[in-house]
Design a protein around this ligand. Structure first.
Ligand code: SF4
Ligand code: SF4
Ligand code: FES
Length: 238
């Protein structure tokens, strides 16, 4: 292992350029460690975002050598090519500065897909009992671990072409809630994901599923939404 890593880091916003830094290498060094070293030792003006450093918050997502990743869970050894590496902000989102993106449109689309649970019980009611082995519970469980990191959204080419497309994370969330038998807005949610910007815009490229650090499959969730929409339409519910 060479003692030094040459790192190209995006500087600026939509207009900008890569700046090269030389960073000492260490055993078990993560890409986030590299970014932190640059900001703490070489250039304190570097903007980036992180919180947990253990793969729980999703806020450290960036583009590493062209692919979206959680930087705190990506080891330099796995991604450095001949001791070189590039780090850029997530694709498909406006850049605030350097490595920090504006996630507003990502979460606005989550809201447009009705990604908020809507139950009818109050805290005075007994809690709901959902059979762990039921098909709907299993389908909800398959997507529920999403932490909204935006990696899938950055990986999706349809988001890049079609700016209104709700994208894999919002649709995965919608499918999770469609399968939550406590939720009371299933039809409204299906209507919300039925338009041109909804699940039918997905081209099933699978990039979202290949890149999701939680090993979720937004592609399967989107296919589930398509099936549910056909069924609801045939039953005259839409
Ligand atoms: S589906 Fe995966 S990649 Fe997409 S936001 Fe959720 S956790 Fe991140
Ligand atoms: S499967 Fe659909 S949502 Fe996922 S990356 Fe491909 S087009 Fe985007
Ligand atoms: S800093 Fe929280 S997932 Fe990386």
């Amino acid at each position: 292992m060479s003692a030094t890593l040459k790192v190209k880091v995006w500087r600026g916003a939509a207009q900008g350029e890569f700046q090269t830094f030389e960073v000492p290498r260490h055993a078990s060094q993560t890409v986030l460690d590299v970014v932190m070293h640059i900001q703490r030792a070489l250039d304190p003006t570097l903007a980036y975002r992180y919180a947990c450093r253990v793969g729980m918050c999703g806020s450290c997502a960036m583009t590493v050598n062209g692919a979206p990743r959680w930087t705190c869970r990506t080891h330099v050894d796995k991604v450095a090519l001949k001791n070189e590496m590039s780090i850029a902000p997530l694709r498909n989102l406006p850049v605030i500065r350097d490595l920090a993106t504006d996630m507003s449109e990502f979460f606005d689309k989550w809201a447009k897909a009705k990604g908020r649970f809507s139950g009818e019980r109050s805290r005075r009611d007994d809690f709901a009992r959902v059979a762990p082995g039921s098909e709907r519970r299993k389908a909800a469980d398959a997507g529920i671990e999403c932490i909204g990191c935006g990696v899938c959204y950055a990986a999706c080419d349809v988001v890049a072409w079609h700016r209104d497309y709700l994208g894999p994370a919002a649709l995965n969330r919608a499918w999770t809630l469609v399968n939550d038998e406590r939720d009371r807005e299933t039809l409204e949610r299906l209507r919300a994901v039925a338009g041109d910007a909804g699940c039918h815009a997905c081209h099933t490229h699978m990039s979202c599923t290949q890149r999701c650090p939680k090993q979720l499959s937004p592609t399967a969730s989107i296919a589930g939404l398509k099936r549910a929409l056909v069924k609801a339409a045939m039953e005259g519910e839409l």
